[in-house]
Design a protein around this ligand. Sequence first.
Ligand SMILES: *[C@@H]1O[C@H](CO)[C@@H](O)[C@H](O)[C@H]1NC(C)=O
Ligand SMILES: *[C@@H]1O[C@H](CO)[C@@H](O)[C@H](O)[C@H]1NC(C)=O
Length: 403
Amino acid sequence: MGARLLCLCLLAALLGYYIYSPLPEDLAQPWTVMLASAALRALGHLSEAADMLGLMHYMEVLRLFTAVELVAPTSDENVTVTATEFNSVPVRLYLPRRAPGGLRRAMVYFHGGGWCLGDAGMHGYDHMARRISNELNAVVVSVNYRLAPPHHFPVQFEDVYSVTKFFLQSEVLSQHGVDPARVCVAGDSAGGNLAAAVAQQLLEDPEVKTKLKAQVLIYPALQALDLNLPSYQDNAHKPILPRSLMVRFWSEYFSSDPALREAMASNSHVPPEAGQLWHFVNWSLWLPEDMRKDHRPGGPGLGGAELARRYPGLLDPRASPLLASEARLRRLPPALVLTCEHDVLRDDGAMYAARLRAAGVPVTHHHAKDAFHGAVTFLAGPLELALGHRLLRTCLDWLQENL
Ligand SMILES: *[C@@H]1O[C@H](CO)[C@@H](O)[C@H](O)[C@H]1NC(C)=O
Ligand SMILES: *[C@@H]1O[C@H](CO)[C@@H](O)[C@H](O)[C@H]1NC(C)=O
């Protein structure tokens, strides 16, 4: 009897530990957020154990979360959905069913998941792509780029770039009934990183004649130089994306080397030669007053000379679009940058918006004060939030005007 009671108490305590996470006070529907956050944390601990025991890589276990969320590519009354390939990269293609009435808009979309997780076929992403396709009468190409591990930078970037370049060919656009003057790239989180990087790279590519009309960056990750920005400090333990997981994602993007992860965790991975790049991620310069709060400017945590030689991607603007010079930013298409208050990546987006604006690029920076990282994908099933629908509406309204 005593043993059973003890077991019961332990179980209750364990459950309580997982379910309970301190949530920001202004979150609506806190139970949904808490459950999703608890499930992710539990899976995170399981991943850590499996990884330590040498059974599976950490990210392979986390990918189970992706697997349970997958839905088949089925057409509905408004949108024809097919799984196909562009330039040998798998994509999910959404074509509006309604009579075109002229050429259509188009969006190339990159899902989030820290370059390690996620899939265009996850319920939230599939729902989002259908809505965009139907409401904007747009062709949506949602890309299933290769993930880490086993694939590291620049594979993810190269996959999404080759899909975008393939799609932007005039014969491919016309085959899909797309107006070449109304194509955008978009993505959330790591996908926002890829979208920003693709938009930059297209400007340097003499083979691409079509210019993007717009870019939509939803809580994007944009730099790996300073992982102690005020938002990283303020939101280190907020739901869905704690700092420790973001550090894992960044380090895994470049390598599975634990030395890199440890250096990034202590923010001492930046080589001395990064000197002049520091200006681009200096939050004392680029962050709006109300996001700086009472944080004190800290210098770069230098020490990663050897790491940077091994992983040159650390200083590559294709991995960290915020490291691009102003000359490179100047020719970029108009941007919607969406950031969330309770998010380690808040400052990445806010600083990019400020830098784009300084470079003369038209920018709409929508900062959601009551939102957390990942909110836009909470659109369907048990993980449905009014907040997700509201933020998607913000994106749709902006695209209605700007695409
Ligand atoms: C199809 O589009 C109409 C009008 O936008 C909408 O009311 C309806 O819910 C859509 N159907 C599906 C299955 O999404
Ligand atoms: C960042 O900018 C501030 C304000 O201009 C400056 O005082 C500081 O030295 C800069 N920090 C670094 C590391 O460059």
